[in-house]
Design a binder for this molecule. Structure first.
Ligand SMILES: Cc1cc2nc3c(=O)[nH]c(=O)nc-3n(C[C@H](O)[C@H](O)[C@H](O)COP(=O)(O)O)c2cc1C
Length: 330
């Protein structure tokens, strides 16, 4: 079996597998079980800019928690009241997790405009957060705002949060940037220490009978992973930022691929919500077996082995491969 210890954002983790931001924050027992199952760190669900600006929970509803899970799986999911937590309760929860869990606890902020709300980053640090994950979940809907303006605004948010704290800050991005590597360089220049790739883009469907939008939150599948692998593989060695893969990790092979593409840590959410904390042990065992069968002795050795710079057939990550693939299709 291979050595799993990993350094992420300057923190020593015993495993690269991390519980991603989710309502599991609200269930200390489940988080403890994830840690017992081998998680190297946990990320709390987000405190939202809107929440902090208004500090008025009723004003903010994240998403109806009507999830496509069976009744048993549903019991792992602490329903939506978790999103109604104000910053006071969030800080208390953070302190509790910090004193209960013997792995790093990463707090999460979610916002898109520079402003006073970013001062709360300091409170998270004072409450014991080992790091902050800043989620830039942004939806461009204004035709008058250009990509340049939007990206500069986002980088300003990063700078503003980083400026409040001495703990490391990672930045969670959406996949939709025209020039991701250049944007990432800006995030690095703004003082961030790591990237979390990617946010899932929650897209309302339509209920044609009711002529309304249906806001169901569908858990991910492994099909969402390749988008992440591609981004991480192409950024590996081309950014000074460490990378976490988030999205579509359900099996040990998924986690192994995330590491081989260049990920330092691998976040898991949907698998835990669907299956419970034992998913962590299952993924960890299988990832470990896979990487050790490949001959690696540590996760660090495996990291980036199939990245754009290192893969033997690395052209497969590039445009030319796309042209060949389309021409060769039968
Ligand atoms: C119910 C639910 C709640 C989530 N809440 C947050 C959140 O508060 N902040 C955040 O950054 N991401 C949140 N996420 C996104 C996850 O952290 C993760 O990025 C995403 O689910 C992809 O990982 P997965 O494929 O392992 O589920 C949430 C996801 C789910 C399913």
């Amino acid at each position: 079996m291979i050595e799993l210890t990993t350094r992420w954002l300057g923190l020593d983790l015993r495993s690269p597998l991390v519980v991603g931001a989710s309502p599991l924050t609200d269930d200390v027992g489940a988080l403890r079980a994830c840690v017992d199952a081998g998680a190297g760190a946990v990320v709390m669900h987000s405190l939202f800019e809107e929440q902090l600006v208004a500090e008025q929970m009723a004003a903010h509803r994240f998403i109806d928690s009507r999830i496509n899970m069976d009744a048993e799986a549903r019991s792992f999911f602490p329903e939506s009241e978790v999103f109604e937590m104000g910053s006071g309760s969030y800080l208390k929860r953070l302190e509790r997790l910090r004193s209960t869990l013997d792995v790093p606890v990463i707090a999460s902020l979610n916002g898109i405009s520079p402003g006073g709300w970013t001062l709360h980053a300091r409170e998270l640090q004072d409450a014991g957060a080992d790091a902050i994950e800043l989620n830039l979940y942004d939806l461009a809907t204004d035709p008058a705002e250009t990509a340049v303006t939007l990206e500069q605004r986002q980088q300003e948010v990063v700078r503003s949060v980083v400026g409040q704290v001495s703990i490391p800050v990672s930045v969670k991005l959406s996949p939709f940037y025209s020039a991701l590597p250049a944007f990432v360089a800006g995030v690095e220049a703004a003082g961030a220490h790591g990237l979390v790739l990617f946010n899932r883009f929650y897209q309302p469907d339509m209920d044609l009978d009711a002529l309304t939008l249906s806001r169901e939150l569908v858990l991910s599948s492994s099909a969402e992973l390749p988008l992440r692998l591609h981004a991480v593989a192409t950024l590996f060695n081309r950014t000074g930022l460490e990378m976490a893969v988030s999205g579509g990790v359900h099996t040990g092979d998924d986690a192994a691929k995330a590491i081989l593409s260049g990920g330092t840590v691998v976040q898991v959410v949907s698998a835990l919500l669907a299956e419970g904390p034992q998913a962590l042990a299952r993924i960890s065992d299988a990832m470990n077996r896979r990487l050790s069968t490949m001959g690696y002795r540590t996760v660090a050795e495996a990291r980036g082995a199939l990245s754009l710079d290192n893969a033997p057939d690395s052209k497969a990550w590039e445009r030319l491969n796309y042209a060949r693939l389309l021409q060769g299709w039968r």
